[in-house]
Structure formats: structure tokens, C-alpha cells
Design a protein. Structure first.
Length: 238
């Protein structure tokens, strides 16, 4: 369940990510009435089974059942990361045009946000996988400008160039990241989820990993992600 929008006096329109049909819009009639049996399982970011009836403009949610699994707690931090995952999943796919593995990846990421001690871990893995799906994975082993090997040392990152840069191609204006963050990014983009789960990652490394992924995403997307802006405001306020 990626997004919801109140409609009319008692209805609500939902944006669903489905395995077989990609992104689907559907309306739940009367769901905002206290007597509605659809309201409880139709949680934002929830994993549900739905039965849809064909409507004139939108499909109609006829039945819904929540799938077993952890729920994202009413926690501002986790909810903000869930909003990021949902917004990016919606941006990556088009109506009724499924993207291979996106459904499974999104469901996994939302479950991780609910269960993991640090919600940034699941979010970072999802952002990297989404970049890979879109063909925008950053260069992590070679200089993004000259294609020479990157030394085992801190390196600047340039989203415009498409990755990390060697000392000869670097620009003082570009942010520099420690080797620990670069190595974690290599693990993530290699798809080694088992190793990624075993890594003990401090807040500094996760913040650096998140900054690189967000910079790469925002450079290549046609418009900025509202959820990323909100997360930045949260950190500034905190």
C-alpha cells in the first residue's frame, strides 16, 4: 500500500504495488465510515491481499486481508523511511506495468523497516536496488571520470560524473567519503544481503551511505523526492 487519498465524503483512493500488474489505483468505497470492515486492514505501507472489482475509471476494492508480518510502528523516523520507500517504488514503476523484482524488494524493505533496529539499513538497500533497476548504479571500483582504479582511501563522490573519483580527477567542492562507507556501498550493490546484514554499521557510516545514494537518486530523477526533503528537515531539527 503505497499511497492513499481521501475522496468524496467517505471514500479513499489507494495506490497499490502489485506483483503481477505493477502499480494499480483502486478506490475503497465508504472506507472512512466507522462501520467499514475494509478500514482496519487498509493500512498505509501495509502488505495485503486484495480482491478488486473492475470499475469505470478505477478498480474497486471488494475484499482485503492483511498478510502476516511485522507492522511499522507509529514512529516518525520509521514512518518517514517507509514514505521514502513507497514514494520511490511509485516513481520507478508505471501504471499496470510491473518492474521485475520491485514488488518483492519493496515488501522486503518495508518489513525490514518494521523489524530492524536501524530503519536506515533497509532503506539504504532499497535505494541502491532501485538505482540498479533504473540503470543509475554509481561507479564504486573505478574513477567515474577517467576509469582508473580507485585507491583504497577516502574518495570524493560526484553524482554528475556517476560515482567516486580518483585524486587526479577530484574537485575540492565535492564531498569526500571514508573508505568504510565506500566498502559498504560495494557490498550493497553486489547484492550480498547476507553479508550486509552481518555488518556492524555505526551511525556515521550509515549517514554517509545514505548521502551518496540520495545524491545519486536526486541527480537522475526528474524531480526531487518529497520524503527525502522531509528526512533532511528531521535531521536538521534534531
Amino acid at each position: 500500500m503505497l499511497r492513499k487519498l481521501d475522496y468524496g465524503e467517505a471514500d479513499r483512493i489507494f495506490t497499490l504495488l502489485t506483483k503481477e500488474h505493477g502499480k494499480v489505483g483502486a478506490i475503497a468505497k465508504g472506507v472512512r465510515k466507522t462501520s467499514s470492515r475494509l478500514a482496519a486492514p487498509l493500512e498505509l505501507y501495509g502488505h495485503v491481499d486484495v480482491l478488486l472489482a473492475r470499475g469505470r475509471n478505477l478498480d474497486v476494492i471488494a475484499q482485503v486481508e492483511r498478510k502476516p508480518g511485522p507492522r511499522i510502528p507509529a514512529d516518525l523516523d520509521r514512518t518517514a523511511y517507509a514514505a521514502l520507500v513507497a514514494e520511490l517504488a511509485e516513481r520507478v514503476t508505471e501504471d499496470r506495468n510491473p518492474v521485475e523484482n520491485l514488488y518483492e524488494l519493496t515488501a522486503w524493505a518495508l518489513n525490514q523497516l518494521a523489524a530492524d533496529d536501524d530503519p536506515r539499513r533497509g532503506s539504504a538497500y532499497f535505494l541502491a536496488a532501485a538505482l540498479d533497476l533504473m540503470g543509475y548504479a554509481p561507479q564504486l571500483a573505478q574513477c567515474a571520470r577517467c576509469e582508473g582504479p580507485l585507491p583504497d582511501a577516502p574518495a570524493p563522490f560526484s553524482a554528475a560524473a556517476g560515482g567516486f573519483l580518483c585524486p587526479r580527477c577530484s574537485d575540492p567542492a565535492e564531498p569526500v567519503y571514508e573508505t568504510g562507507a565506500i566498502k559498504v556501498l560495494r557490498v550493497i550493490f553486489a547484492g550480498d544481503l547476507a553479508l550486509y546484514r552481518r555488518l556492524k554499521l555505526g551511525p556515521g557510516i550509515m549517514e554517509a551511505v545514505e548521502e551518496v545514494l540520495a545524491s545519486q537518486l536526486e541527480y537522475h530523477l526528474d524531480r526531487r523526492l518529497n520524503s527525502l526533503r522531509f528526512l533532511r528537515r528531521m535531521r536538521t531539527a534534531g
